[in-house]
Each structure stands twice: as structure tokens, then as C-alpha cells.
Design a protein around this ligand. Structure first.
Ligand SMILES: Nc1nc2c(ncn2[C@@H]2O[C@H](COP(=O)(O)OP(=O)(O)OP(=O)(O)O)[C@@H](O)[C@H]2O)c(=O)[nH]1
Length: 319
């Protein structure tokens, strides 16, 4: 999203900045200071290519199809976690030069199920049963081969969070949101989680750990980023736009509280349409205080997202 550092004029020395962290500091007063402008989004989208896909049976008894993407703007392995066998990547199914049926099965460009002794991935076999390909050998989608792109599909765009997903952090709601998105999509039997490698809202894990120390020293999640001379949010969602287009999913129902994410994934030319926003209400806020993430940090974190980043969420009134 590359949001600009618009509110804070920083002194050159971090230790000077620490003195700004008194509770009475009023320099951050307005809400949603960082909201995005559609006109400033890039015109051109990144080029993405699905290089491998595999079926993953999960511990929840749901089957997912993991799609791994390369792209022309970074070297990271971004992913689409796909619930539903008939959601197809255009770039994956393109026929590659000199590839064999076995090559296609190995990189996941098959239709149906793999089983021992299967010989044909899709192409010739599918032609035989009447499926059509265009002059570039791209599969022409129809009801038998693909999800109907007119039907909005449930999507979560998730940014990597090592601490929330792997080390059980109760500083943020990332792990809970990831699990919840998977649970919902498993229940519906359809959906996509786009997993973007932009740790720490794009500043990386090392910088996020420094931000956590600043938070323990009294900064909120936005202040900490700014004090480290990063934007409040350094992410871009154009890769998610390109991946959704590659999966032939132009209409989506987005699980998010972040209005900027909606704008960002739709992009400048609105090639993706968010036809519905589905809020992600923290479990502790919607059920009872015994469930969900319990920590003093999480409440401050969520409050800052509401007050300073304009998140569409309401803290429950506790009696
Ligand atoms: N810099 C920084 N990053 C954080 C902090 N807490 C969580 N993150 C990162 O924030 C990102 C998670 O944001 P998301 O949950 O995808 O998005 P969001 O903008 O909160 O919007 P939602 O869709 O409503 O969840 C991950 O990359 C986390 O690593 C923090 O205190 N500082």
C-alpha cells in the first residue's frame, strides 16, 4: 500500500522519539490518517505465474489446493490456498514447450485426481471428451472445468505474520484470522486465501520485532513503524489482484476490516470487484471473553487499527 508518513515529523534520533511516547502526546489525533487514494494506485499489474499446485489434505478433513506463484516484481514465493477443485489458474494450465503429460501432472496442471499409473494430465484427454482450447492452447473454461467467475467467491488476503501464525503471538489477531478464514472456506467448500509474503505489514520480521520493543516502551503499532522510519503500512496488494485474475475470480466477497485493502485489491481499474465485505470480528469480541485471544496487547493493537487506520470494527461495550 506504501502509505506515506504524513503525520509525524521525526527527530533524527530514535532515543529523542522515545520521549514522544507519553500518554498525553496528542500528535496522533485524527482517525484513519493513512487512507488510500485509488488514483494513486499503479496502472500496471504485476505478471504472475503459477509454477506448481498440489493437493493438501488437512487436519480439518478439508482438502486444499496450494498454488505457488512466481512474479516479475520480487523473488518471493506468494501462495494461493484454494478451497475447491474447480478453481483453476490460467497460467498453470498453459501448455509449456516440450512438456510431457507427466511433467504436467508433476507441476499440478491436471484435472481430476492423481492416482498411481495415471498417464494423462489433461490436454489430449480433455480434448477427447470435448473440452475446448484456444489457439494458444489455453483451456476455454466452461461449467465442467471451472468455477463460474460470475459467482462471487469468499477471499481472504493474508499478509505473512510469523509471530501470529507460528509462535502463538497474542499481540495481533493474524493467526486467529487465518484459522477463521480457513474454517469458513472449509465449511462452504470454496474460497481462496491469498498468502502474501509481506511480513510485518511489509517491513519484514526484524523490523517488526524492533517495533514490538517500541510498543513495549509505549508506542502503538502505527507509532512504532513511523519511529523506525517505515510507513504505517508498507504493503502492496497488486500481487493479490493479479493472482485473483489468474484464478479467474473477478468477483469476490472479501473477509476484512480494512477499507484500504478493498480499494487496493480492486486496483486502479477495478479489474477485481469486491461485491461484499465480510467483517472479521475477533472471537473474544463476538462470543465471550473466555474464547479467542486474551492479552492486554491485542486490545491496544485492535483499538489502534480502528482509531488510526480506519478499520471497520467496533469494540464491544463491556458491562
Ligand atoms: N509492523 C507491524 N506489523 C504487524 C504488527 N502486528 C501485525 N503485523 C503484521 O500485519 C499484517 C497483518 O495484517 P492483516 O491482518 O493482513 O491485515 P489488516 O490490515 O490488519 O486487515 P484485516 O484484513 O482486517 O485483518 C501481517 O503482515 C503481520 O505481520 C505490528 O505491530 N507491527
Amino acid at each position: 500500500m506504501q502509505m506515506a508518513d504524513s503525520t509525524l515529523s521525526l527527530s533524527s534520533n530514535l532515543s529523542d522519539d522515545l520521549s514522544l511516547l507519553s500518554p498525553t502526546s496528542s500528535q496522533f489525533s485524527s482517525s484513519s490518517e493513512f487512507n488510500l487514494d485509488r488514483d494513486l494506485l499503479p496502472e500496471e499489474l504485476p505478471v504472475v505465474k503459477c509454477v506448481a499446485r498440489a493437493r493438501i489434505p488437512t487436519t480439518n478433513n478439508t482438502e486444499i489446493f496450494l498454488h505457488l506463484y512466481s512474479n516479475n516484481i520480487d523473488k518471493k514465493e506468494h501462495l494461493a490456498i484454494v478451497f475447491g477443485e474447480n478453481i483453476r489458474s490460467k497460467s498453470l494450465y498453459l501448455r509449456q514447450k516440450n512438456e510431457t503429460q507427466s511433467d504436467r501432472m508433476i507441476r499440478g496442471a491436471y484435472i481430476g485426481k492423481l492416482q498411481p499409473n495415471r498417464k494423462i494430465a489433461d490436454f489430449d484427454e480433455l480434448k477427447k471428451i470435448g473440452l475446448k482450447f484456444n489457439e494458444k492452447d489455453e483451456l476455454i473454461y466452461d461449467n465442467r472445468t471451472s468455477y463460474n467467475p460470475e459467482n462471487p467467491i469468499l477471499v481472504r488476503i493474508h499478509s505473512e505474520c510469523y509471530t501470529g501464525e507460528t509462535t502463538w503471538s497474542a499481540r495481533c489477531d493474524c493467526g486467529e484470522q487465518f484459522d477463521e478464514a480457513g474454517r469458513l472456506m472449509g465449511e462452504y467448500g470454496r474460497g481462496v486465501i491469498i498468502y502474501l509474503r509481506q511480513e510485518g505489514r511489509g517491513i519484514g520480521l526484524g523490523e517488526k520485532l524492533k517495533a514490538y520493543n517500541l510498543q513495549d516502551l509505549g508506542a502503538d503499532t502505527v507509532q512504532a513503524n513511523l519511529m523506525l522510519r517505515h510507513p504505517a503500512d508498507a504493503r502492496s496488494f497488486s500481487l493479490a489482484t493479479s493472482i485473483l485474475l489468474d484464478l479467474n475470480l473477478p468477483n469476490i466477497k472479501l473477509l476484512t476490516n480494512n477499507p484500504d485493502k478493498i480499494l487496493a485489491v480492486e486496483g486502479k481499474n477495478r479489474l477485481i470487484r469486491v461485491v461484499e465485505r465480510i467483517p472479521m470480528i475477533p472471537i473474544a469480541w463476538r462470543e465471550n471473553l473466555k474464547e479467542g485471544i486474551q492479552s492486554k496487547e491485542i486490545n491496544g493493537y485492535l483499538r489502534t487499527k480502528i482509531e488510526r487506520m480506519g478499520h471497520l470494527l467496533q469494540e464491544p461495550i463491556r458491562i
